[in-house]
Structure formats: structure tokens, C-alpha cells
Ligand binder design. Structure first.
Ligand SMILES: CC[C@H](O)CC(=O)C(=O)O
Ligand SMILES: [Mn+2]
Length: 344
């Protein structure tokens, strides 16, 4: 019998992407419990940070209840085997915060840029390398670029020294063929391609499988799918799927499903799901993190949040333009008032 192929590395981001639906209220005790469960279940990389990465705690993105550096330290103290990763968006996170995270035990950083702006990450890759960290590129909103153009951006990150580069389906807007084509294109640039899915069209696991079949060597998950928008690929489902696909995986599916049910579910504010608004995010191709903002302003102004999201999609809004949500909502409310159209 031929040996089983080695499974792609699974990075769990419950404690970073999940920070969005948690409204950045993670406590050190929750971090410890999640890290302990993931570590025991064989997860090799665990991402911990504010949802918008290092330095994200702000009025624009939402204030953290607990300083993320304390959460990172607690995670690193708890993990016996897993590496702790952080996310850094150049301009929000700085080299200073990255060094502070490394001093608290972070071993890897995912350097996230909009998919057309890889050029802004050069200094951050250099800083990560100087700190001895694994430096991973994270090309957000990857559905907005055709595969060849995305590969060019990945080429820039590879030139800056990226150890791996992720295709990030921030809007959960890709379908499996789109995931497959992008992974294939990036494989010409780096041998280590990752895929980060959102479930807005109900395709997080399907797209992740397509990415793996096209050669992705890393994939992301969150326990119970706890992430922005309709959430991410559920880590426990990924473990089961990798096993059923015939991979040799270090993951313990039942330990992960216990963690999802007994550790994460009790503190979840809601179950991310492709509901009316999340579906509109995938359909309009906007940022998953816009969900709660669009709901809030829709409620405030008597608008259907889907109209706000679709208009943001028409205007091609990208990460970091959260302030635009307010403008778009106000514009729609003014237009509705002018025409006397009934509000939602
Ligand atoms: C704002 C950072 C963002 O949540 C990163 C990410 O996970 C994504 O773009 O999907
Ligand atoms: Mn995400």
C-alpha cells in the first residue's frame, strides 16, 4: 500500500478572524482554552490578534477588550506544539508592534495587503525576517484580480522573501473554479500557496477542497466557522474532509469537534451562516468584515443592509474603507428620502 500523502498545513484563525464576530472581546481565559484545545488536537499553526491584525484596536475597527499582546503571550505560553502566528496589515500594524508580538512568542506573521498592493509590504517582510519569523503573504480580496495579475502581485511578495503566499477570499465571492485557477497561477511563483476561505456563498469547504486539489499547501479554518461574514471553513470539518480525502493529517477530528462544541460555541455571540446579508456580501464581492457595520447603519437609517453592501460592491470598496460604509448608507438614505421610497 502506498503511503498517504502529507496533508496541507491547517492554520486555525478562530482567535483572529473570529475576533470580528466577537467584536474583539476575547479574554485571556478564552484564548487559553481555545489554544489548549487546538494544540492537543494537532493544529500546527494558530493565529491570534485583533481581527484587523496587530494595531487594529481603534475606533475605526473596534477597540479590543484585552490588549492583543497579552492574548498573544497567553497563547504562546499555552501552546506546547503549535506555532503562534499574527496578522499584520501594513499601515495598521507597524514594525514596532511586530517586534512586540515576536517578543511575546509569535513565530509567524501573515502580512496582509489588498490584492493589488503587495508593493507596500516590502519593509514588513524584511522586518519579519530580521526577527527570525516565518513571513507569509496574505493577498486579500483575491477575487478582484484575474489569476495572472494575482500571480504578479504574489511575485512581488516572493521577491520580498515570502515563505508562503495566501490567496484570501475575503468576500467569500469565489467559486471553486476561481479558487483552482488562482492556486494554479500562484504555483508558478511559489511552491507554498495558501488558501483562506469565507463561507458567504456556502462554499468555504468546497473552495478549500478545490484549492487543495490545485496544489494549495496551507489552508485556514476556524472552529465552528467563527469568522467574519458567514464565517470561515470550519476547522473540524476540514480535519474530517482531509482525512476522508486520504491525507495523512495530524488533526484529531473528534477532538476538534469537541472543541468547537464545548469550548467555542458557549461564548459565540451568534453562529455565522450564509444568511440574507452574508449571502449579499459574497454576491456583491465586498469585504466580510463589512457585515456588522452595514447591519448597524442599515438599522440606524431604516435601510436594507443588502442595499448598502451591493452599493459598496458597485463602488469597489476594499478593506480599510470602513468609513465609506457610513457615507454610502447616508447617500442611500438621502436618495430614499428624496424619492419618497419606503425604507426597509
Ligand atoms: C481585516 C483583515 C481581514 O479580516 C483579513 C482576512 O481574514 C480576510 O481578508 O479575509
Ligand atoms: Mn478572513
Amino acid at each position: 500500500m502506498s503511503p498517504k500523502p502529507k496533508a496541507p498545513l491547517v492554520c486555525d484563525t478562530t482567535l483572529r478572524d473570529g475576533s470580528h464576530p466577537m467584536r474583539h472581546t476575547y479574554t485571556a481565559e478564552q484564548v487559553e482554552a481555545v489554544v489548549r484545545a487546538l494544540d492537543r488536537a494537532g493544529v500546527e499553526m494558530i493565529e491570534v490578534a485583533h481581527g484587523d491584525g496587530l494595531g487594529g484596536s481603534s475606533l475605526q475597527y473596534g477597540m479590543s477588550a484585552v490588549d492583543e499582546l497579552d492574548l498573544i503571550a497567553r497563547a504562546a505560553e499555552t501552546a506546547e506544539r503549535a506555532r503562534i502566528a499574527v496578522l499584520l496589515i501594513p499601515g495598521i500594524g507597524t514594525r514596532v508592534t511586530l517586534k512586540a508580538a515576536a517578543e511575546r512568542g509569535a513565530r509567524a506573521v501573515r502580512i496582509a495587503t489588498h490584492c493589488t498592493e503587495a508593493d507596500v509590504s516590502e519593509q514588513h517582510f524584511a522586518a519579519a525576517k530580521a526577527l527570525g519569523m516565518e513571513a507569509i503573504g496574505f493577498l486579500m480580496m483575491s477575487h478582484m484580480l484575474e489569476p495572472a495579475a494575482l500571480a504578479e502581485q504574489a511575485g512581488l511578495m516572493a521577491g520580498f522573501g515570502a515563505d508562503a503566499i495566501y490567496i484570501v477570499d475575503s468576500a467569500g465571492a469565489l467559486v471553486p473554479a476561481g479558487a483552482r485557477e488562482r492556486v494554479a497561477a500562484l504555483r508558478d511563483v511559489t511552491g507554498d500557496v495558501g488558501f483562506h476561505a469565507h463561507n458567504n456563498l456556502g462554499l468555504a469547504i468546497g473552495n478549500t477542497v478545490a484549492a487543495i486539489e490545485a496544489g494549495a499547501a496551507r489552508v485556514d479554518g476556524c472552529l465552528r466557522g467563527l469568522g467574519a461574514g458567514a464565517g470561515n471553513a470550519a476547522t473540524e470539518l476540514l480535519a474530517a474532509t482531509l482525512d476522508r480525502m486520504g491525507y495523512d493529517t495530524p488533526l484529531d477530528t473528534f477532538a476538534l469537534s469537541d472543541a468547537a462544541e464545548h469550548v467555542v460555541l458557549p461564548f459565540m455571540p451568534f453562529q455565522p451562516f450564509p444568511d440574507r446579508e452574508s449571502l449579499a456580501i459574497g454576491y456583491a464581492g465586498v469585504y466580510s468584515t463589512f457585515l456588522l457595520h452595514a447591519k448597524r447603519h442599515g438599522e440606524r437609517l431604516g435601510l436594507d443592509p443588502r442595499d448598502i453592501l451591493v452599493e459598496l460592491g458597485n463602488r469597489k470598496a476594499v478593506a480599510g474603507q470602513e468609513d465609506w460604509i457610513v457615507d454610502v448608507a447616508e447617500d442611500l438614505a438621502r436618495a430614499a428620502a428624496a424619492t419618497g421610497a419606503p425604507s426597509a
